[in-house]
Design a protein around this ligand. Structure first.
Ligand SMILES: [Zn+2]
Length: 418
């Protein structure tokens, strides 16, 4: 039998390794103990014997794992051993997990297999008992393939990207007390006289607002810019919900004119061609962009195409499977349409709870956006980003206040609605 201890031989891990090698190894001369890691100090060197061999630091850890019947380690070593279906006695810097099986694997994952947890003194008696049990019994490894799948590159890489996106945004906004994320919907030629929800702005007014922001020195950025590490001195994010055809007809030319950028939240189900969800409630019918129009917006380089779900539903009312599809399918549909990554999601109606935040994260979005709810500071929760709504009759002073960079804090002070 081969037992491999893999990891650093310093700190608490080193002490445990020393105890195992000096107290347990001599009791089992037929068991070979291989130690991959270091530094191999003199106290370890003295232990080298017929059944104790020190490899020092090795490049090929999987090779050592493959030769082992049991691996003693934590963190990355434990994940690699799991992937090679080798039993693991997880002893981390901070926590002793025992031999990983179905009963303790979840807990072990949380502490990265013993490496990050609250300090806990290692109970050597327990370690010794578990190790002896393993050597003397015919150990059957539980099937942990489900857990192994969670560490596959397909699952891990998007998560790493999310960590980067959030870290880059933390940096980009480190000096911003408040970054305005402004919310619009339709961009129309003339004021709508029969609108119930007033989710529009006229193109002349928007023209003035974009020019005004430009004059005041704002940098128009998108969530995708943030994910890519773009830094801006005076950032502002303009968002347009639902993906109306008038965004293509009226907004896109204005963005070109002012060299401004915007995020458009489109539906991922192309069979929904107009605002049926609002029409039912008496709002005039408005067409949504066709696939080609969405593509053209994206290809302009001025528009981030992002997801607003599949069919504009109240997500918290959906069963789990349907809710998940709203996030996952809308993302993959839009991504194949624009041939680019979709990094942000706007919850329809700004309606979401813990489940929706988790689904946005799990589906690989870097950011999820509500309406006028969520924390005041954008960086506090990247899955509950708050927006400021601009109304059709917004005056110049109102517009200035809302984009001032202190509007949310001002409202809070006055305990006023946002
Ligand atoms: Zn909407």
């Amino acid at each position: 039998m081969n037992i491999s201890i893999i990891g650093r031989l310093t700190g608490p891990k080193g002490d445990i390794a020393y105890q195992i090698l000096s107290k347990i190894a001599p009791q089992f001369p037929a068991v070979k103990f291989n130690i991959a890691g270091g530094p191999v100090t003199s106290r370890f060197e003295e232990l080298a014997s017929d059944n104790i061999e020190f490899y020092g630091f090795v490049d090929n850890v999987p090779e050592v794992i493959k030769e082992s019947d049991l691996v003693i380690g934590a963190g990355r070593v434990a994940v690699e051993a799991l992937q090679l279906n080798t039993p693991i006695l997880a002893i981390g810097e901070k926590q002793y997990m025992g031999i990983l099986d179905k009963s303790n694997i979840k807990k072990a994952q949380i502490s990265n297999f013993g490496d990050c947890a609250l300090d806990e003194s290692h109970d050597f008696k327990q370690i010794s008992k578990d190790l002896k049990n393993f050597i003397q019994s015919d150990y059957q490894q539980d099937n942990l393939s489900e857990v192994v799948d969670q560490y596959s590159p397909e699952v891990i890489l998007p998560k790493i990207n999310q960590v980067y996106s959030h870290a880059l945004t933390d940096v980009a906004f480190s000096k911003q007390k408040e970054a305005a994320v402004v919310m619009y919907h339709r961009v129309v030629n003339e004021p709508l006289t029969d609108s119930k929800f007033n989710v529009y702005i006229t193109k002349d007014k928007l023209d003035w607002q974009l020019g005004n922001l430009k004059k005041r020195g704002f940098d128009f950025i998108t969530f995708k810019d943030l994910a890519n590490g773009v830094k801006a001195k005076k950032p502002i994010i303009l968002t347009f919900d639902d993906g109306y055809e008038d965004n293509y007809l009226n907004l896109l030319p204005l963005l070109k004119k002012h060299q401004a950028k915007a995020v458009i939240y489109c539906l991922g189900d192309c069979t929904v061609q107009s605002n049926t969800w609002d029409e039912k409630l008496g709002e005039p019918c408005a067409h949504l962009m066709s696939d080609n129009q969405i593509k053209e917006c994206h290809d302009s380089g001025l528009v981030e195409i992002a997801s607003h779900g599949l069919k504009h539903q109240h997500l918290p009312g959906l069963i789990d499977k349907e809710a998940r599809e709203e996030f996952e399918l809308s993302k993959s549909n839009l991504e194949s349409l624009i041939n680019d990554k979709v990094v942000s999601f706007a919850y329809p109606y700004g309606d979401y709870g813990d489940r929706e935040e988790a689904l946005a994260y799990e589906s690989g979005y870097d950011f999820a956006i509500g309406t006028v709810n969520g924390p005041l500071k954008l960086t506090d929760n990247y899955y509950a980003i708050r927006r400021i709504q601009i109304f059709p009759n917004e005056g110049k002073l109102g517009f200035w206040k809302k984009t001032s960079g202190f509007y949310l804090r001002l409202c809070k002070l006055k305990s006023k609605d946002f």
